[in-house]
Ligand binder design. Structure first.
Ligand code: HEM
Length: 505
């Protein structure tokens, strides 16, 4: 083969530069989205939003300012618009929406519910899962699940009284054990690890760091993933710690599925797992058992989707409550009246009663300020296109609208960044309006399937943690530790830690 000449290399470089230049000219002056306002650099290249997402706390935090400057519908990528108002959000995410999800190749989640792009595929999978996540199903399992895990969590804290506890890890151990036990009737006993230092949880926690790299550079991300998968397993797990976390979770799910497949008589237990339901499809309804790899991916998805989100909300609540003497004393006074015996464990139905109104308001405000999945949840316009704010948006355009923006809308939530549970103690009509604006669990056909499980976990943890313990975060956790960046879920800069003291009364 003849050697490549310097001249050919120079031609290739010149051709690449010309290609990029022409592409930018096209995007700025001929692209169907050319008339939409926004920074010119964002319209010219994906690198604009990639820079803000990967090198700053996230593009999402710049969006309020950008909307103020350019209006309610702005171009934030060559082929992506961002919608600011609630009407636009509801249009994209409503029940039966024709907007398709955009899925990026992610090894551990391919085939899961979240990877389904179209509504019929989503419905088929959710039909299996929705009854499993219903409020009634979660309440049925509470004596075997939440009561036991909560008791373990509180006992460990009792033993830690007088010491500083890393609640970032403690909440993740609690939520991971709960979700795995609920979904698979097996967990990793993370709550048993001294100091809540579960190796799997710590490694798993590094997963979100890579999430936005995948969003901005999907081909590169997928290429690197494939290369990594060729390395010896030990090296993969040492050098890419999140992979070890994911594999451990996958193995727990796979083991359960294989056990049930080999012991079909066990799949009719009174408290079924999500896999029992999938392995016993209702053929009259046209249900079909998903392939094993997809069931494993769904198992992994539940842990990915439910662990950090719920733990982040608990961290947000712990920080704000412990930093405000007026909020913490009002909460404690409610809890002491409603749970006179410090050591008793009440059930979640009791927490729905009027004796716990302030506790629930705290959870609601914690959900608002922890933002769920704060950033751009990407959807594509349907073949017929769509109209936002009177402007036609052509078919196949990516449109996004972030939860962060909705949850901090100052018109609905005055002083939006202040943790103020009182805002939820309002008349029914105002509550409804604020609730409609808050999107922590998103909405519609792709809204959070784990919402009931999340609420039960949040109510029980907040009520019992604050009833039994005095936690002092001041001096151990700073505002800077709580500053988050967007990694698909919110990821705080530091760990929330606090000195735990057992209450005597
Ligand atoms: C405070 C806790 C939680 C918050 C704030 C939250 C928030 C969200 C949000 C915003 C979405 C929509 C994401 C999107 O459209 O891409 C979502 C989806 C989802 N959530 Fe949650 N979540 C929480 C807890 C849970 C729990 C406990 C589980 C299950 C164990 C769970 C399972 C899921 C699943 C499977 C989806 C994907 C649904 C689909 O694609 O159709 N979540 N969650």
């Amino acid at each position: 083969m003849a050697p490549i000449s310097l001249q050919s290399v120079l031609y290739a470089i010149a051709a690449s530069i010309a290609y990029v230049f022409l592409k930018i000219i096209y995007r700025l002056f001929f692209h169907p989205l050319r008339k939409f306002p926004g920074p010119k650099l964002a319209a010219a290249t994906h690198l604009y939003s990639a820079y803000y997402d990967l090198c700053t706390p996230g593009l999402i935090k710049r969006l309020p300012e950008m909307h103020k400057q350019y209006g309610p519908l702005i171009r934030i990528q060559p082929n992506e618009l961002h919608v600011a108002d609630l009407g636009g959000y509801n249009q994209i995410f409503r029940v039966g929406t024709p907007f398709k999800r955009t899925w990026l190749d992610m090894e551990f989640l391919n085939g899961s519910l979240q990877s389904k792009e179209t509504l019929p595929e989503t419905r088929a999978r959710r039909e299996f899962l929705s009854p499993f996540f219903s409020k009634a199903a979660i309440l049925r399992s509470e004596p075997f699940l939440h009561r036991q895990k909560m008791t373990k969590f509180l006992t460990t804290l009792d033993k830690a009284s007088g010491t500083v506890v890393d609640f970032f890890l403690a909440f993740r151990c609690l939520t991971a054990d709960l979700i795995m036990d609920y979904c698979f009737q097996q967990d990793i006993n993370a709550l048993d690890e001294p100091g809540f230092r579960s190796e799997t949880i710590e490694k798993f926690g590094e997963g979100p760091d890579m999430a936005l790299v995948g969003t901005h550079f999907p081909n590169f991300f997928s290429f690197v993933n494939k290369l990594v998968s060729l390395l010896p397993v030990k090296m993969q797990e040492e050098k890419f710690r999140a992979i070890h976390g994911f594999r451990t979770m996958q193995n727990v799910a796979r083991k359960r599925i294989e056990y049930l497949m080999n012991n079909p008589e066990k799949t009719n237990s009174k408290i079924p797992t999500m896999f029992d339901l999938m392995l016993n499809p209702n053929t009259e309804k046209g249900q079909v058992t998903p392939p094993k790899a997809e069931m494993v991916a769904d198992g992994t998805l539940m842990i990915v989707a439910g662990t950090d989100t719920t733990a982040n909300t608990l961290g947000t609540i712990l920080f704000h409550v412990t930093q405000s003497p007026s909020i913490s004393s009002r909460l404690l006074s409610e809890l002491k009246t409603a749970i006179p015996d410090r050591n008793s464990v009440v059930d979640s139905a009791t927490l729905d009663g009027s004796a716990f109104t302030y506790t629930r308001a705290i959870v609601k405000e914690g959900l608002r300020l922890s933002y769920g999945v704060p950033g751009r949840i990407i959807r594509r316009t349907p073949p017929e296109g769509a109209t936002f704010n009177g402007y036609f948006v052509p078919s196949g355009t990516s449109v996004t609208s972030g939860i962060y923006l909705q949850n901090t809308d100052p018109a609905t939530f005055p002083s939006p960044f202040t943790f103020d549970p009182e805002r939820w103690l309002c008349d029914a009509e105002t509550y409804k309006q604020r609730d409609r604006q808050m999107q922590s669990f998103s909405r519609g056909s792709r809204g959070c399937i784990g919402i009931n499980l999340a609420y039960v976990t949040l109510h029980l943890t907040v009520a019992h943690l604050f009833r039994r313990f005095d936690v002092q975060t001041e001096g151990f956790t700073t505002e800077a530790d709580m500053e988050w960046h967007d990694c698909f879920v919110t990821t705080p800069a530091g760990h929330i830690k606090g000195l735990v003291k057992r209450r005597d009364d």
